[in-house]
Design a protein around this ligand. Sequence first.
Ligand SMILES: [Zn+2]
Length: 446
Amino acid sequence: MTDLLIQNADVLLTMDDSRRELAGADILVKDGVIAKIGMQLDGGDCARCDARGKIVTPGLVNTHHHLYQTLTRAVPGAQDALLFGWLQRLYPIWARFGPEEMFISAQVGLAELALSGCTLTSDHLYLYPNGARLDDTIAAAQEVGLRFHATRGAMSIGESDGGLPPDALVEDEAAILSDCIRVIDAFHDPKPGAMVRVGVAPCSPFSVSRDLMRDAALLARDKSVMMHTHLAENDEDIAYSLEKFGCRPGQYAEDLGWTGDDVWHAHCVKLDAQEIDLFARSRTGVAHCPCSNCRLGSGIAPVRALRDAGVPVGLGVDGSASNDIGNLAAEARQAMLLQRVQNGADAMSAREALEIATRGGAQVLGRDDCGQIAVGKRADIAIWDARAVENAGSWDAAALLLAGPCKVDALFVEGRAVVRDGRLATIDLDRVIGRQNTLARKLAEA
Ligand SMILES: [Zn+2]
């Protein structure tokens, strides 16, 4: 495999166990792994990347997304709605998607993430209309070159059973479980350095049955894969849980096997002190999605309290129908700002936000091989141009989140270039954007 030498970084923010920050350092990559970090390393005849004038960080990790939603950004009627109304506006549009919509929208979302420094992303795909399959998004990720934690989502309670989604978008529960087994067997790679992993991810407590939540957890544990869902997103969500299940979301999750270090929940805006304690004790992870929470008016997640209690927290851009931007660097900045709104200017530093965006996310996704620049870790590396206009005049590398830039100059995954000179190096992005816009117009005209 290609060896690589990244040379003379102005600042290298390693996010390693001692959070070292090095000036003028080199990184030598062999077989997709960081082999050496130091000054003036000898790379022999390997490929070189000149990082003079650049800030080098671990690749960012995105723990929650619905890539398919890049095809429904800024949809009129969904721009100003609360969560449940927003879903009801969008469900009929999503019901017209098929395999090509899933593939192209995923490539757009993945490219957008890559340009914002993301090297590892999860995706939560919970609807499979017109022959769409999880396979479509995995194929998209393999072409773009990002490390991918796909999750096989699902909805099973349609309108006629008192659920929120239209009946056309829900699936039979036995079929859901058997497709989970199919995609795990076909794609899940448990080994260190895996480029594709698969998780099990019923959409939310309000779109699947109690039985499916329990069975999904049993299946995931039987297969040794991770589990993901939405939890405690806003006040409506809490009210629904109290009314339908007679308990708060944390209790519901615990009763059905949905706590543990193999589980991560998106949002968790409304977790109370007891639930935070439950998550801390059980090492249950949280995907914090600050922009989506702002966009849908859901509230500010208690990230300071979660982190102080020891809960693993990563960041998520969430789907592009509720953000509607998929820029993970901007998401890290927003996470920092929201904690300051809630708790004061000293509540979260730029460096802590970057830590959540890198090693925090890797921990949430069960990836101790990613999320930091250290010898033996995978070579997932983001390089930011400190000569960019947003960074001009900055005194410290904290400017990366306090100021910018929020797009990378170069990005390496497993030592391979995904972004070079600020452009996607793996796919013809202009062609993909053209196709995406054609598909969006068709959906709008239907
Ligand atoms: Zn979501």
